[in-house]
Design a protein around this ligand. Sequence first.
Ligand SMILES: Nc1nc2c(ncn2[C@@H]2O[C@H](COP(=O)(O)OP(=O)(O)OP(=O)(O)O)[C@@H](O)[C@H]2O)c(=O)[nH]1
Length: 386
Amino acid sequence: MFEGLKNKLQNIKEKFGHSIQDAAGEAVREEVRPEIPAPAPAEVGEPVFEPEKPAVEPLPEPLAPAPEPAPRAPAPAAPEVRPAEERKRFGGLVSRVKTLVLERELVISEKDIEEPLFELEMVLLENDVALEVTDAIIGYMREDLVGSHRKIGTSVDEIVMSALRGALLKVLGEGLDLLEYIKAHDRPVKILITGVNGTGKTTSIAKIAHYLKANGHSVVIGAGDTFRAGAIDQIAEHGRRLDIKVIKHQEGSDPAAVLYDSVEYARGHGIDVVLADTAGRFHNRKNLMNQLEKIRRVMKPDLVVYVDEAVAGNDAVVRAKDFNDLVGTDAVMLTKADMDSRGGAAISIAQTIGKPILFLGTGQAYSDIVPFRPEAVVGELLGAEE
Ligand SMILES: Nc1nc2c(ncn2[C@@H]2O[C@H](COP(=O)(O)OP(=O)(O)OP(=O)(O)O)[C@@H](O)[C@H]2O)c(=O)[nH]1
């Protein structure tokens, strides 16, 4: 996931390091010291980016074949490989053979990092990071690096890593933990799922249902996409496979009525969460808006989640912004992150629309869903070890 951008950021890190080293001149010395902790596993049972595939858990036949993965950007020069014994010596800590450490106080000037800043800007734009988000990241980098006093003994890598990490975290925001959200709200928690047809909305509803069930919550799904032929059967099949109740009416019926019934069912049966599917009819904005307005009035959702695909890059960002301006949204789920080598949409959405990313879809199995944790994403992008 995001391999192209990851590789580019590795190069950029080195370039910033060289520029700072040049600025410091003779005033850096090499030092051997244990440095960066090995990547900590995410919460128990909750893989960060490469979830285990379940042994048998195929999805129903997809209606449309998933698009081919985007071609990967050429890999940069291979990073230095460190022998495994060396890691062992530091008991789980990764050591640097040499760390460049400042020997006198250093103040980095704008000119010192002009070049890598420009390269970073280009890399972000090439990888579909939105212009305003790119500007923000460059601004944060400049703010952090230029002018402040760097103490004796500070490692050059730490200066660079901390600036990049800080800048990325600022644009990614805080994220939204759905399990915490559910804990803090009255049951049933009603989640309305919207999105463009074909981006993986139906599959994502099934994945969220599976995720909630695996975390001890009862779920009912409302088959509110009564517009697209086959949508009700598709979601009903997911429900059957996951052993989750699906409330459905006839094709063409009023989605607000189906979703009202879904909420009533949840109330009557003590169900924790209602996941409400809706038709993704972006081609007819007025209709979409009217329909969603009515659904909102009738079922009063706690969360409106907009689903789009990470592989759409900047288009996904524009659509999410459009949708948010038009009907309002509380969070975003980005599907097909497993096929996205650029990561631009994932980096840009939170800052652009001011709403957090809730989940990333990372494959076609039910368990291919990852709660979006900004720290983990930044760790992945910057590499947990040098
Ligand atoms: N690789 C990958 N494929 C996904 C992911 N999420 C969904 N898909 C695939 O994307 C295709 C479309 O998914 P659907 O769930 O049918 O999409 P939809 O938005 O409901 O589309 P409509 O049913 O046409 O409204 C299917 O082949 C899914 O298996 C993901 O995270 N990664």
